[in-house]
Design a protein around this ligand. Structure first.
Ligand SMILES: [Zn+2]
Length: 121
């Protein structure tokens, strides 16, 4: 594991490597201020690295889940069939989440490390 959750600079989804790009504050995306966003065209995850580690972890997990859903061909609301069943959706997301964990073991271990500061504890 790395010394700091903010030191990870790559997320591998099995098809592409996404660069994790830190920012000194919130990021403007689509005219809105946000903690982070993912560019699929550039394979980049942009994230506010000035947040505390707990919020950083939550935001990085949020962006990783955007990548995972894109891997499931659910890149936007229109692409998601309205009749997806709970079991199908769960299997699709959990399989890809597990694959991501296997490809990014240290990053995921740090994301869910209970011994580190979390804003919700
Ligand atoms: Zn989002």
């Amino acid at each position: 594991m790395a010394d700091n959750i903010k030191s990870y600079c790559i997320f591998n989804n099995g098809r592409r490597l996404f660069r994790i790009i830190p920012h000194a504050g919130n990021i403007e995306f689509d005219g809105e201020e946000c903690f982070g966003y993912t560019s699929f065209l550039k394979c980049e995850i942009h994230i506010n690295a000035a947040m505390d580690d707990g919020m950083y972890r939550e935001t990085l997990l949020h962006e990783i889940l955007h990548v995972i859903l894109e891997s499931c061909a659910m890149h936007d609301d229109e692409a998601i069939p309205s009749n997806l069943g709970n079991e199908f959706l769960t299997a699709m997301v959990s399989n890809n989440l597990w694959l991501s964990r296997c490809l990014n073991r240290d990053l995921f271990a740090d994301l869910f490390n209970n011994n580190k500061t979390n804003t919700n504890e």
